[in-house]
Design a protein around this ligand. Structure first.
Ligand SMILES: [Zn+2]
Length: 83
């Protein structure tokens, strides 16, 4: 069977030429969608606990999930350093 004067081999070549970019687009969009789904963006006003990676309030000094002290080492440790 011939369609548009093309034999089965030519049809397959056309399928590859037009099919591959389409498959690529589908694959790329799927990857982007998957990345968007996996990327856990921290909501505004929140931060990520460095210990358990849960989202907590930016003002929090103790993680409500793991209970660890979240005091900023840059400002919090100075009081502890006594010579
Ligand atoms: Zn935590």
């Amino acid at each position: 069977m011939r369609l548009f004067g093309l034999g089965p081999a030519e049809m397959m070549v056309c399928g590859c030429i037009f099919g591959l970019p389409l498959a690529g687009i589908v694959l790329i969009s799927a990857i982007i969608a998957a990345r968007r789904g996996n990327s856990q963006e921290v909501p505004a006003g929140d931060k990520k606990c460095p210990f358990c990676a849960e989202h907590i309030k930016k003002e929090a000094v103790v993680c409500r999930y793991c209970g660890r002290d979240l005091a900023d080492p840059a400002t919090g440790s100075e009081a502890d350093v006594v010579v």
